[in-house]
Each structure stands twice: as C-alpha cells, then as structure tokens.
Write a protein that binds this ligand. Sequence first.
Ligand code: ATP
Ligand code: MG
Ligand code: MG
Ligand code: MG
Length: 562
Amino acid sequence: MKQSMTFIPTLREVPADAEVKSHQLMLRAGFIRQNTSGVYSYLPLAHKVLKKIEQIVREEMDKAGASELLMPALQQSELWQESGRWYSYGPELMRLKDRHNREFALGATHEEMITSLVRDEVKSYKRLPLALYQIQTKFRDEKRPRFGVLRGREFIMKDAYTFHATNESLDEGYQKMFTAYQNIFSRCGLDFRAVIADSGAMGGTDTHEFMVLSDIGEDTIAYSDTSQYAANIEMAPVITTYEKSSEAFVDLKKIETPNQKTIEEVSGFLEVSKEKCIKSVLFKVDEKFVLVLVRGDHEVNDIKVKNVYGASVVELATAEETKEVLHCTPGYVGPINVSDQVEVIADHGVASIVNGVCGANEEPFHYTGVNIDRDAKVSQFVDLRFIQEGDASPDGEGTIKFAKGIEVGHVFKLGTRYSHAMNATFLDENGRSQPMIMGCYGIGVSRTLAAIIEQNNDENGILWPDSVSPFQLHIIPVNVKNDTQRDLGETLYSNFSRNGYEVLLDDRQERAGVKFADSDLIGIPVRITVGKKADEGIVEVKLRKTGESFEVSINDLQVKIT
Ligand code: ATP
Ligand code: MG
Ligand code: MG
Ligand code: MG
C-alpha cells in the first residue's frame, strides 16, 4: 500500500478527550475516528489489524470444530420475549420499531437468535454436539462508553455457541473453546490470564473471562502468586453471615442488591441446611419482590455449612403488574405471576432450575419449592470482595495478589437456560425429549485490537506484535524528489510485495522528520529507510521495538530482515 494513496490521518497532539494510551494512539496514528459517542470508523490501518485478529480467531475456531455463519443484527422482539430478556436486559439493549410498529432489538448478543435457529432444525441427539460462530457487529447502549473502542456502543464480537446432548459433552466443548481462546490471545501477543468469572446476568459456575493485564482495566483480578488460581473479584451481592451451630443465617437486612438498594422488608428468612447449599427466599425491596438464591460452601467445610458466599438476586414486580408466567434470570426485572405455578430458571450455569409457587394474597410473598438440578460447584463462589491482597487463596495455594484486567473474552456454560425457556429440545437415545445443553463464548474483536495497543506501545507510538501488525515492512524513501531514492524505494516495494510481504511505502512528499514520526506512531515492526546511500545500494533497517538499526546492502536485505 502506498501512503500517498491511502488514508492515514495522523495527529501530532494528544487528543484532549482520550484518557487512555490505546485510545490516544489509535486517534493519533490514524486508526480510528469517532462518529458519535461509542461509535467509531475503523480506518484502513485498523481495518487491516482487525482482519488479522479475525483470521487468528477463525483459524482457532475452525480448529476447535466450530463452523462460521452469520446471523442478523436486526432481531424481532418476540425472540427476546421468549427468553425473558426483552424485560431483563434493560436499557443496554438497543430497541427500535419498524414502519408497522413492530418491535426489534439490535443484537447485543445472539443466544436467542441461535437457539431459535437450532431448535427449528436439530431434533435428534445424532446431530449433536454442534458448534457455530460468527464475527459480527454488536450493539449495546453502554451507560459509559469510554476508552475509545475498548467500550463502544457498536463493536465487533466473535460469538460462538455450542449445543450438546449431555453435560459431559458440554464440558468437552467448553474445554476446546477454552484452549482455542488461550491460543488466540497468545497469538495476538497479549499478556493475559483466564480468570473465574462472575456469573452476572448470564449465569454459570463454569465461566471464565480472559483478562488482558493492564492498569486501565475496569475489572480487578485476584490471583495466586504460586498457582493457576485467578478470579474476577466482581462477584455476586455481598451477604453478611454469622454462624450458629451447623446452620448459617444470613442477615438479609444487610444484603446489598446490585443496584445498591437496601432491603427493607423481609418476608422470609434464609436457612442453609446440611443437605442443600442453595436456598431461595422472597422478600420486598422498594415495593418490588426480590428472590435471592444463595450459595454456600457446603462441601468445602465437610457437611457443615459455614459461610454463605454469594447470591443471585432476581427482582420481581409488584403483584398488580403480574400477569404472565416468565422465565427469569438473576437480575431479571419484570412481571411474574404470583398466583400460578412460577418457573424461575436460576441462571447458575449448573442448570439450577428453581420451581416455585408464589402464594396468593393472604400470604403474598411466600415462596415454596426449591429444586436444584445438579450439584453446584459451590467452592468457586467465594465472595472475593472480602479478600485482601496477601490473604491465603481459595485453592489453598500461595497468597492473593491483585491486578487490573481488560476483559477480552468470556466463555460460559449456559446449561439449559435458553433451550428451556425457548423450547429447544431434541430426542435422546431413548426417544425422550430433552432440552439442549448449551455453551456460549465471546471475544471482543475490536476491544482486543485496542488491548494489544494498550500493552504494546512506547512514548513514540505503537509497537505491533508481528502476528497482527497492519504491515510487516515500512519502506521510507527520505526524499522522493531524489530519483534514485524514489526508484529504489519503489523497486524494494514491488519486490517485497511480490515475495508475499505486506509493505507500506511512504511515497509522500513530506519532510523526513514527519515521515519518521508517523512511522514510529504507526509502529510497523521493521522500517527500511532509503536515504543518501541509495546510489550505493545501501539502506538502513530499523527495528521498531528495540530501536536497533543497521545498514544493509539491498542484496542482503531479505536475508537480514527475516
Ligand atoms: P464488560 O464487562 O466489559 O461490559 P461484558 O461482560 O458485558 O463486557 P460479554 O457479554 O461477556 O461482555 O461479551 C463478550 C465480549 O465482548 C467481552 O468479553 C468483551 O471483550 C466484548 N465487549 C463487551 N462489551 C463491549 C463493548 N461495549 N465494547 C467493546 N467490546 C465489548
Ligand atoms: Mg457489559
Ligand atoms: Mg464483563
Ligand atoms: Mg463478560
């Protein structure tokens, strides 16, 4: 590519509104321009890097046995109503209406879309497991879009989904994806850690985030200095507990809900029994009914339930609003039927299904019937917000250290959360109808681009890792008005290009200082300067990362730079 013909609008000054290094450098080096808050154009250089990251992602996804497809970004509201997320997703979901007044969402994620696609086509265990992925633009109306493309409102995501007949098959599929993610982020030249993640609104005891270590990261990771243990400390709501014989009582008045409301009125109390480490209770906050599902470390402390580590909170609506039976997730805000059989699918990823009946008006908030489908791996639910740096770690090895991380990827076992709600079933070997068991796996492709820059830069600009650099060589004839320099530059450009190198040629009529400054800013790993010794067939090679430079005869050039 010739610089005179492409579009690399570099800036000398640091843009005032760009707080973090990657954002500043992406603007200064002419990679992106903002359109409106959280919405960006990727200019030719960024586009090239995105394609490289995507290529790495595709290779690793294909290796993991996943097939690429492309689903619509425009999604009918009915699908989101089926899963219940039309109500629970909140204002982050971009919603719009068509000319017939039908409601749509712009895809923030594609669980609903893929579940409906697969349920209509796959009917037998013989067609499972199935792994599908796409690379696509996602839309989220983030409360605080910031740090450039690190947190955009329109961004590029790779999202994969797997469908299984058994939990063992899900475990296998999850492991394959986990390995693929490790390969992807290693190949992108990132210093990262896979951490145990909060299940958040998605659910999942088996859920990991891939965190790029960086001081500007919005997540805090607690990791062990000697073992593989690492977890995101953003866990479920804080619960204060005290111990009484073999039971733990939760002081519900001290529960903080995710939206920081304090609980005023408690309609039930929580008892964690020997048999079950998870219980639920329904109570009232600000005229809303709240269902809390609590996890305790029943196994760890040998029958005795000692601590209650975390909880998921489901907010329910007032009785007057309740009309329909809904499947809801922790974090769900919306109507729920209080007189009928209510099915709440607790989104633990261990496929915890809670079936209950909410009582009638005389005893309005009584909740009965707790039914945990599978054993929760409760030892993972340590509420790390109580942990300090230097503490022993939850896996019994080493001491805890803290670090900041940027979440570039997230894998989780969804279980039957969506297949159950959306009736995606298959016939098993015995001809019985079963809900498909699912996993989902996301990578922020555009966020990864920025994270790479965040970790690879110096005071002069970007330092691209070879694997994702927009070009391999930057050829700079110092003075293009000098025929020898210009011609040699052109010759090297076409020779290297012919030999399969990706080359950027700075054929602009600019001062040498401008060209070198732009070159440092853009950060291509190898620079070839064609200057005064061009007539002797000698050029200068400079390595961007180390600053090392040396003169080379053009005959030896190819050998020297490989
Ligand atoms: P975050 O915690 O940063 O808001 P998330 O947990 O909401 O991210 P996921 O739903 O797990 O995101 O989506 C999968 C991946 O998509 C994330 O791991 C992240 O890399 C990327 N991603 C999510 N939100 C954004 C965003 N607003 N801008 C850019 N990338 C994003
Ligand atoms: Mg988010
Ligand atoms: Mg997150
Ligand atoms: Mg996430």
